[in-house]
Write a protein that binds this ligand. Structure first.
Ligand code: AKG
Ligand code: FE2
Length: 450
C-alpha cells in the first residue's frame, strides 16, 4: 500500500510537475484504458525488453572537435548537419563583442558584471530558481520555478553567489536563461551568428530563438529535447559546460514505464527500486549517452531530437540559438504529427474528442495547465512554412517538394483547425493553406498537390 501511494505520488509529480495530490491522479490511473496498460506493465514488471550486452561499444562514442578556421560549411553539412550528429567547433567566439567587451582580462576571463550592468542593467530577464539540497546532482531534481529579475539584480546575486563546493545544506541557485538582449532596440549585437548556422527558418520569422544564458557553477538545464525538434548551437563565451546527449534512437529509454513521462533528470536516483521500476530504460540510456565537456570559446552543435541535460561546471556565459531548416523540418513535422495523433487517440479513449480543436488552435491543453504545447508548436511550424512560401524567406527549389508535402499533411491532419479562424489572429501573414498550395503547385508543376 505504501509503495503504491509513493508510486502514485511519483507519477502525479512527473505528469503534472506540481503538487502531490494523489486523489487527482486516481481518475487517470484507474480509468481502465491507456493507463491500465501501464499499470499492468508495472505490476508484471515487464518493462522494455532490453539486452544490456549489446551496447557497450556504442556507448563509448566520442564527440569530434573541429577547428572553425578549417571546417568548411559543406563539410559541416556533410559530416554533421545532414547525418544529424553532434560536434564541437572551436574558435568561433574570439572576434565577438561578447568576448572583447564583456569579459575581464584576468586569467579566468570571468564575466565583467559591471560592464553588463552599464549596458543592460535596467533590462528584465527570465531567471530559473532551483533549491538544491547538499549531495544532490547539479540543479537538483525538482523543476525550477521561473521568475524575472533586472540584470542589475541578477548581477548582484552573481557577485555574491556561493561556491558550489561550500554549499550549505540546501542552496538556492539562480540561472538566467533564455534572455533576449539582441531584441532590445538600440543595442549592438554581442556576437555574429557563425556561417554554419545561418540558414535558419525559425529565426527568420522574428528572431525570437536567440538567447543569452548566465549560469553559475552548479546550475543545470534539465533533460529535454529542443522546441519542435529544432537544432541548437551554443557557444561558451566563458566558462565550461558538461553536456549529456542521448541519440534520438534511444529516446524511448528516457520515458517512464507508461511511455508517457520523460525522466526528470538523467541522474534520477535509480538506487530506489521504485524509480528504477518507473524508468526501466534509464540505466541503459546512460550507457548510450554521449558526454562532452565544452570549454571556453567552444561551440556545440546539438542535432535534432537529441535529448540533453546540461551542467554548468564553472560560471558560464553562453549564447545560443534554436533553428530549423530544410534538413530537419520534415523530422520536426513527423514528431508533431505523432503528438497530434496521440492526443486525438487519448481524447477518444477518454470518450470525447471535444477540446482537441481548441487545443490545436493554441488553447487550453488536456490538463488545464495553460496553452497547449502542441497547439503552440503547430502554430509555430505553420508560421515557419508561411514565411518561407509567402516569398519573404528564401527557399531552394529542391526543398519545395518537401515543404509542400508537410503542408499538405498539415492541412489533411489538422483539417478544419488550420484556417482563418485559427491563424487570423496569431499568424504573421494573411496567407491561408490554399494559397500556399497554389504557390507550390505553380512552382512544381500543376497537380503536384491538390
Ligand atoms: O546551456 C544550457 O543550460 C542549456 C542549453 C540548451 O539546452 C541548448 O542549447 O539546447
Ligand atoms: Fe536544449
Amino acid at each position: 500500500m505504501a509503495a503504491s501511494k509513493s508510486l502514485s505520488t511519483l507519477v502525479y509529480n512527473v505528469w503534472t510537475s506540481e503538487g502531490s495530490d494523489v486523489s487527482a491522479l486516481a481518475s487517470r490511473f484507474f480509468d481502465g484504458q491507456v493507463d491500465a496498460l501501464g499499470l499492468l506493465m508495472y505490476l508484471s514488471g515487464s518493462g522494455h525488453d532490453i539486452d544490456e550486452e549489446e551496447i557497450e561499444e556504442d556507448a563509448m562514442a566520442v564527440i569530434e572537435r573541429e577547428d572553425g578556421d578549417e571546417l568548411s560549411y559543406e563539410s559541416f553539412v556533410d559530416k554533421y548537419m545532414a547525418p544529424n550528429r553532434p560536434v564541437i567547433i572551436t574558435g568561433l567566439t574570439s572576434s565577438w563583442r561578447a568576448t572583447h567587451e564583456f569579459l575581464h582580462s584576468d586569467s579566468r576571463s570571468s564575466l565583467n558584471v559591471e560592464r553588463l550592468i552599464k549596458e543592460y542593467g535596467e533590462c528584465v530577464a527570465p531567471v530559473h530558481v532551483s533549491n538544491v539540497p547538499k549531495g544532490c546532482p547539479f540543479g537538483g531534481l525538482s523543476r525550477p520555478a521561473t521568475d524575472e529579475m533586472t540584470v542589475t539584480a541578477y548581477c548582484d546575486y552573481w557577485r555574491e553567489k556561493p561556491q558550489c563546493s561550500d554549499r550549505e545544506e540546501t542552496e538556492t541557485y539562480l540561472y538566467l536563461k533564455d534572455w533576449k538582449p539582441h531584441a532590445i532596440s538600440g543595442k549592438k549585437s554581442m556576437y555574429d551568428c557563425p556561417e554554419y548556422f545561418k540558414e535558419d527558418w525559425l529565426n527568420d520569422l522574428n528572431g525570437s530563438y536567440k538567447f543569452v544564458y548566465l549560469g553559475p557553477a552548479g546550475t543545470c538545464t534539465r533533460l529535454h529535447a529542443d522546441v519542435l525538434r529544432s537544432y541548437s548551437w551554443s557557444s561558451n563565451v566563458t566558462g565550461r559546460k558538461r553536456w549529456y546527449l542521448i541519440p534520438p534512437e534511444y529516446t524511448y529509454l528516457l520515458y517512464d514505464v507508461f511511455g508517457k513521462a520523460l525522466a526528470p533528470h538523467i541522474h534520477f536516483d535509480l538506487e530506489s527500486e521504485l524509480n528504477a521500476t518507473m524508468f526501466p530504460g534509464l540505466k541503459l540510456a546512460r550507457k548510450h549517452t554521449v558526454i562532452v565537456d565544452q570549454l571556453k570559446g567552444e561551440t556545440i552543435f546539438v542535432p535534432s531530437g537529441w535529448h540533453h541535460t546540461v551542467e554548468n561546471l564553472e560560471d558560464t556565459f553562453s549564447i545560443n540559438h534554436n533553428w530549423l531548416n530544410g534538413f530537419n523540418l520534415e523530422g520536426s513535422w513527423k514528431k508533431l504529427k505523432e503528438e497530434i495523433e496521440n492526443e486525438r487517440a487519448y481524447r477518444k479513449a477518454e470518450g470525447s474528442l471535444e477540446g482537441v480543436e481548441e487545443e490545436l488552435k493554441g488553447g487550453e491543453g488536456r490538463y488545464g495547465d495553460g496553452e497547449s504545447q502542441i497547439g503552440k508548436d503547430l502554430i509555430l511550424l505553420y508560421e515557419v512554412l508561411a514565411f518561407r512560401l509567402s516569398g519573404d524567406g528564401e527557399i531552394r527549389r529542391e526543398e519545395m517538394a518537401m515543404v509542400a508535402m508537410v503542408l499538405q499533411e498539415m492541412v489533411e491532419i489538422v483539417g478544419g483547425c488550420v484556417g482563418e479562424d485559427v491563424y487570423g489572429v496569431k499568424r504573421m501573414s494573411d496567407w491561408r493553406p490554399e494559397d500556399f498550395l497554389k504557390v507550390v503547385n505553380a512552382e512544381l508543376g500543376v497537380g503536384f498537390i491538390k
